[in-house]
Write a protein that binds this ligand. Sequence first.
Ligand code: BV8
Length: 267
Amino acid sequence: MPNKVFHPEIPTVMSELSIPGELITRLRAAQRIAVLTGAGISAESGVPTFREAQTGLWARYNPEELATPEAFQHDPKLVWEWYAWRQDRVRQAEPNAGHLALVDMERHIAEFTLITQNVDGLHRRAGSHQVLELHGNLFRAKCFNEDRPVESWPDSDDIPPRCPRCGGLLRPDVVWFGESLPEAALRAAEQAAAHADLFFSIGTSALVYPAANLPLAALKAGATVVEINPQPTPLSSYVTFSLNGASGVILPMLVAQTWGKQRIHNL
Ligand code: BV8
């Protein structure tokens, strides 16, 4: 398969069987890589993406309306149960080959930063270490009144449960629309984007800010930006390389063609 001719001004689209040679060359030379992931990287683990049609009981709700403080104040039980349903979906899921390929990539790169919008914790379960969770984590709870984490609470029939300190309602420790992102995580993500040789945007619709600013900031700072997504996004026309496909297929291929076959993970 002849290598694709590389036109820097035109995103290079991956041929169905191989990663563009120019990208492999840049990967092998890279010292600093930053990766931003979205719900798409967990799709092959069976975890529904954030905007795809919700199933069953939740089909009639719009996630962007549920993931807000207003929705929680209006119907705390509904919102708490939506997150409990998502927790169950994630508990039944395993990290997929895409998550594991990022664990392999981390081993080859001097400075590797994994930034995720996902709240499912699958990158850590896959074995990634330095993970910046921009939007929090499904499996952590905090007090709605105090805005402070709550590690455990007494069994009760209350839905949502109550804060053992002040009796206020517990809520998921995730960032809802209209809420600020964790400052330290966002600052570290912005630093990683500003200094990366290569920036990957993987499995995200690139619609949600400030996360969606990160690949653009990397591009502005002179990084090679690579998008991995079966669908085009608002970012697609700006990136250096556009790899159209599933991250669970493309990432293992990219790691194998760049650094050779990886040890087989006990998936
Ligand atoms: C903020 C956590 C400052 C909860 C999420 C009005 C007031 C305030 C702010 C705003 C406003 N109007 C706009 C904003 C900004 C707003 C925003 O960006 N809105 C958008 C919709 C326009 N942002 C905010 O509110 C942020 N905070 O700005 O604070 C502030 C504060 C106060 C007042 C003013 C300003 C907070 C944003 C965080 C929201 N929380 N999640 C939860 O999960 O329940 S965001 C939510 O979207 C998820 O976290 C998700 O991760 C994120 C992004 O979605 P994606 O991950 O991209 O998922 P999606 O389903 O969209 O796409 C999946 C992609 O995968 C697709 O492209 C698909 O093609 C691809 N795919 C599918 N299969 C595969 C695949 N890819 C690869 N392989 C596959 N196999």
